[in-house]
Ligand binder design. Structure first.
Ligand SMILES: NC(=O)c1ccc[n+]([C@@H]2O[C@H](COP(=O)([O-])OP(=O)(O)OC[C@H]3O[C@@H](n4cnc5c(N)ncnc54)[C@H](OP(=O)(O)O)[C@@H]3O)[C@@H](O)[C@H]2O)c1
Length: 280
């Protein structure tokens, strides 16, 4: 279906898709970046869509999408908010609902909790019934603000031993901080035979992490990844309706900044706390 683009998020994945560093990059050129967004179809209805692997992205006035990879939005939906929220929110939503056997009442540590995906993860974990949510990151000022979103506790990265007994870790950092944190946590863990599941989702602190082999033997640790490939596409799509419902009802605190598409060059490298949403 050929559609008009209404709003498309400038997610980290969009940047890494464009510079070829994302693990799904094919190197195919020319490429129009943009992997999801809110579009308007010929029937006039607004839809949120996640494009299939394609070189025709959403950073455009029009694009092509598969209706089966989209969901019609309610009339009151704010396109900018939806475009900003869905990618970061889906990362933890899908991980907890489709990648592991997460149970209500479990405790969750979020590594890299001050970014857009981390902030959403705090809220998603609470919504899915986490009994105790710990937000961890390098930015101590931003960490405090996570309490307003539902975090029960916040920790700087050098104090992860304080979260040693959690059931689940949602990791957006990887690199050195994840390895150091993992060792601190395993060393301080009270009952090492209690399962701990580490979900690797992002790698803002480094693509590789020097995790010592002993850490895998010393505790009942399971490391899994959640992303395109490790969760089947049909499972991602099945999760869209519920998450869209929560987002369009305004149940998540979302940081969004709309920028006209013509200004994309000025904001491409901008480091901002808000998720930039390009509007043609
Ligand atoms: N697999 C999936 O399904 C999926 C989906 C969405 C996103 N992701 C990935 O998740 C990661 C985060 O995405 P996002 O949307 O939250 O990005 P974001 O909004 O840009 O946030 C990333 C945050 O990471 C923090 N950070 C950056 N470098 C760091 C370092 N060296 N050590 C500690 N913290 C650091 C920064 O927070 P401070 O400046 O406050 O410290 C930054 O705000 C990205 O790698 C993205 O590709 C994966």
């Amino acid at each position: 279906m050929v559609v008009d683009v209404v709003a498309a998020g400038l997610h980290p994945r969009v940047r890494s898709q464009a510079d070829g560093s994302h693990y799904t990059s094919t190197g195919q050129l020319p490429l129009i970046p943009g992997m999801d967004g809110v579009v308007r179809g010929p029937d006039g209805r607004l839809r949120y869509t996640i494009l299939d692997d394609t070189s025709l992205g959403t950073l455009a006035e029009r694009t092509v999408m598969d209706p089966d990879r989209s969901i019609v939005l309610p009339k009151h939906a704010d396109p900018v908010l939806v475009a900003a929220a869905m990618n970061p929110a889906m990362s933890s939503w899908v991980a907890l609902r489709r990648r592991i056997d997460f149970k209500r009442g479990q405790s969750v540590l979020i590594l890299g909790a001050t970014g857009n995906a981390g902030r959403m993860a705090v809220q998603v974990a609470k919504k899915l019934g986490a009994a105790h949510v710990v937000g961890a990151g390098r930015n101590t000022a931003a960490l405090e603000a996570l309490r307003r979103l539902g975090a029960d506790e916040v920790l700087p990265l050098d104090q992860l031993a304080g979260a040693a007994n959690v059931d689940v870790v949602i990791d957006y950092l990887w690199g050195e901080p994840a390895a150091a944190g993992l060792v601190d946590m395993i060393s301080a863990r009270k009952r090492r035979s209690d399962p701990i599941t580490w979900i690797q989702i992002g790698s803002v602190a480094g693509p590789a992490s020097p995790i010592p082999s002993a850490a895998l033997r010393a505790a009942r640790l399971q490391i899994v990844g959640s992303g395109i490939g490790s969760v089947p596409g049909r499972d991602w799509l099945k999760e869209l309706p519920k998450l869209v419902d929560h987002v369009t009802k305004g149940e998540f605190d979302v940081r969004a900044r709309a920028v006209p598409l013509k200004d994309v060059e000025q904001v491409w490298r901008t480091n901002t706390d808000d998720r930039i949403v390009l509007t043609p």
